[in-house]
Design a protein around this ligand. Structure first.
Ligand SMILES: C[S@@+](CC[C@H](N)C(=O)[O-])C[C@H]1O[C@@H](n2cnc3c(N)ncnc32)[C@H](O)[C@@H]1O
Length: 207
C-alpha cells in the first residue's frame, strides 16, 4: 500500500478510542444531513433483503442499519452486528433487546478479520466503514470466507473528492481504487447503484 494511504490508516480510528460514549456517536451518525441516514429508505429498498436471510452489518457503529436489517430479515433470519469497539456492540445489544430483536448477535472484529463464521452470511454490508479497515487485504479475505456462495458484499463509502478537502485527507483512495482492491480479493462488481452523491454504492458478488 502506498505510504500516503498507510499514513491515513494509521490514525483513522483514533477518535473511537478518545470518545467512547455511544450517545455522542448517535448524535453524529444518526443526524439529519448525513446522506446515508437521509436516504436510508432508498438504500434499504435497493438492497431488497429477504426474510429469513443472514445479514452482517460490518462496522455497525451505533446500529443505524442493524436495526432495520433485523426488521427486514425477521425472526427467522439473523443479523450479525460487527465492530471493533465493545462499547458500540454493547449499545447495539441493548437497542436490539429493547426492540425485541433476539436474532441480532454482536461480533467483535479485529483490524485483520471480520470475525464471522465461515460460509455463514448472505449479505455483508459496510456503510462508511471500509475506509476504516486498517488491514484491508486480510480483512477482505475474511469477508470472502464468511460469505456463502452466491452471497453479496455491499460497500457504501465516501467518494474521495478533491485534494485539499477534509474528505481527501480522510478517505485514502478513490472509488475506482477501492474497487480494484475488492476485485483483487476475489469479488466481482455486480452493479453500481446510482443513488447517492457523497457516496459510491457497490454491489459485489463473491466471484
Ligand atoms: C464511520 S463509522 C460507521 C458506522 C455505521 N456503519 C454508520 O454508517 O452509521 C465506522 C465504524 O467502523 C468501525 N470499525 C473500525 N475498524 C473496524 C474493523 N476492523 N472491523 C469492524 N468495524 C470497524 C468503527 O468502530 C466505527 O463504528
Amino acid at each position: 500500500m502506498p505510504a500516503e494511504q498507510r499514513a491515513i490508516l494509521d490514525t483513522i480510528n483514533d477518535k473511537y478510542d478518545k470518545d467512547t460514549d455511544p450517545s455522542q456517536w448517535t448524535a453524529r451518525f444518526e443526524k439529519e444531513g448525513r446522506e446515508v441516514r437521509d436516504r436510508q429508505v432508498e438504500i434499504l429498498g435497493a438492497l431488497a433483503i429477504e426474510k429469513g436471510t443472514t445479514v452482517a452489518d460490518v462496522g455497525a457503529g451505533t446500529g443505524l442499519y442493524t436495526m432495520p436489517f433485523a426488521k427486514a430479515v425477521g425472526p427467522a433470519g439473523h443479523v450479525f452486528a460487527v465492530d471493533v469497539k465493545a462499547y458500540f456492540l454493547d449499545h447495539i445489544q441493548q437497542r436490539a433487546t429493547k426492540a425485541g430483536h433476539e436474532h441480532v448477535t454482536p461480533i467483535k472484529a479485529t483490524s485483520q478479520s471480520v470475525g464471522l463464521p465461515t460460509n455463514s452470511v448472505d449479505l455483508v454490508f459496510m456503510c462508511d466503514a471500509f475506509h476504516h479497515i486498517e488491514q484491508p487485504v486480510p480483512y477482505l479475505a475474511s469477508v470472502h470466507q464468511a460469505l456463502k456462495n452466491g452471497g453479496r458484499l455491499v460497500i457504501i463509502d465516501y467518494r474521495r473528492g478533491l485534494e485539499g478537502t477534509w474528505r481527501y485527507g480522510h478517505i485514502r483512495a478513490t472509488a475506482a481504487q477501492f474497487l480494484a482492491e475488492f476485485e483483487a480479493a476475489g469479488f466481482h462488481l455486480e452493479r453500481e447503484v446510482d443513488l447517492l452523491e457523497d457516496n459510491f454504492f457497490y454491489v459485489l458478488s463473491k466471484g
